[in-house]
Design a protein around this ligand. Structure first.
Ligand code: UD1
Ligand code: UDP
Length: 374
């Protein structure tokens, strides 16, 4: 039996690791698989665990209000030590680019386990954008023994860093596996979702729905003030638009968003949604405005145009395909591009073609197959 420890801590890692947990559990004859959550996120992580019905074997329960990178990093490494020493995994799986990813990969390396990096090789080549994610994923890349890249271009980034070709596998992004799992579960006869039922009462089908999310650390402060100011202009200038914004629980996001946008009649500020409810809402949207990484990957396969409130992206595929446009956090640019898409049908249809550069839903199968052969 090979021993696997799958470690994650935030909402997007959980969404993208959940199908891998499920895939490994199907092979319990050859793998002893355990899940460890750092709980860098709490409520937003628990929402995902509950939907995917994953009960972690270890819960470090680390989240603190308005936590900082220094203590979070130290706490993750320190608290993983006894788990790694006791369970002694052969393989540790980390995902993407969060502080959990970076710190867990260091701890796993110290323990002597082989480190497997899922969603490997994404790069902006700007170490301050996204901050601290570009450095987190680069550190995980240096440490990892096996690299599971979502696309050929992310594989190429690793080859350019002299990572050996036979340690990299192009798998597609596991987010597409998660999307397909979610679609199947939500459409099953026995499924009911009170959150989606509540949303149905909020969505005004006579209006164009603009869905907004945002949380990037480099946008905290002035960036979020600009974003809110742009959203206010879009809402006030377009009566036929409804903005729904599930606000990230980070206090550096909650404070400006509620202070600047509460009370505008066609802007609905709501709590973060469960994964299926959010996917449902993406499906109903006319346009998505976000700084999220995961949403940039999901929206193209739903045919939804995305304005990305960042200056750089590590996901060039959807930009090249024409579904995603970078607008930064410049207020005028956000308003101009949103207005163009709301009013110019040709521009809108050019951006709303279905694309799926990120996978076919079999990424986790490929990862398990590769590890099985080692
Ligand atoms: C983190 C990741 C980022 C990822 C994002 C996904 C780092 C440094 N940042 O950013 O890469 O894209 O998650 O959302 O790894 N909070 C809650 N409840 C929750 C989650 C967060 O109250 O369930 C609040 C807490 O006050 C917490 C704060 O948000 O201290 C910040 O959380 P943190 O994980 O440090 O940063 P994020 O902005 O969520
Ligand atoms: N998401 C969710 N509920 C929400 C907003 C987003 O489940 O209210 C999902 C979304 O579908 C995507 C992921 O969360 O899969 C993105 O998370 P986030 O934007 O926090 O992080 P990032 O992807 O930028 O790291």
């Amino acid at each position: 039996m090979k021993k696997n420890l799958i470690i994650f801590g935030t909402r997007p890692e959980a969404i993208k690791m959940a199908p891998l947990v499920k895939e490994f559990l199907k092979h319990s004859d050859t793998f002893d698989t355990k899940v460890c959550i750092t709980a860098q996120h709490r409520e937003m992580l628990d929402q995902v665990l509950s939907f995917f019905e994953i009960i972690p074997d270890f819960d470090l329960d680390l989240m603190k209000p308005n936590q900082n990178l220094y203590t979070l990093t130290a706490d993750i490494i320190t608290n993983l030590k006894p788990i790694l020493e006791d369970f002694k995994p052969d393989f540790v799986y980390v995902h993407g680019d969060t502080t959990t990813t970076m710190a867990a990969s260091i701890a796993a390396f110290y323990s002597g386990a082989k480190v497997c990096h899922i969603e490997a090789g994404l790069r902006t080549f700007n170490k301050r954008s996204p901050f601290p994610e570009e450095v987190n994923r680069s550190i995980a890349g240096v440490i990892s023994d096996y690299h599971f890249s979502p696309t050929p271009s992310s594989q190429q980034n690793l080859l350019n860093e002299n990572i050996k070709k036979d340690t990299i596998v192009v798998t597609g992004n596991t987010v597409i596996d998660a999307l397909q799992f979610s679609a199947a579960k939500v459409t099953s006869k026995t499924y009911s979702d009170t959150e989606i039922d509540r949303l149905k009462e909020v969505v005004d089908s006579s209006k164009k729905l603009v869905l907004v999310t945002g949380h990037r650390r480099e946008n905290h402060g002035q960036g979020f003030i600009n974003i809110c100011s742009a959203l206010k202009d879009i809402a006030v200038q377009n009566n036929d638009v409804q903005i729904i914004y599930p606000v990230h629980l980070n206090p550096n996001v909650q404070k400006p968003v509620y202070e600047l946008l509460e009370g505008i009649s066609n802007i609905h500020l709501i709590n973060p949604l469960s994964y299926p409810a959010f996917v449902w809402l993406m499906g109903k949207s006319y346009l998505i405005i976000t700084d999220s990484g995961g949403v940039q990957e999901e929206a193209p396969s739903l045919g939804k145009p995305v304005l990305v409130m960042r200056n750089t992206t590590e996901r060039p595929e959807a930009v090249e395909a024409g579904t995603v446009c970078l607008v930064g956090t410049n207020k005028d640019k956000i308003v101009t591009e949103a207005t163009r898409l709301l009013n110019n049908t040709e521009a809108y249809s050019a951006m709303s073609t279905l694309h799926n550069p990120y996978g076919d839903g079999a990424s986790c199968k490929r990862i398990v197959e590769f590890i099985s052969k080692l």
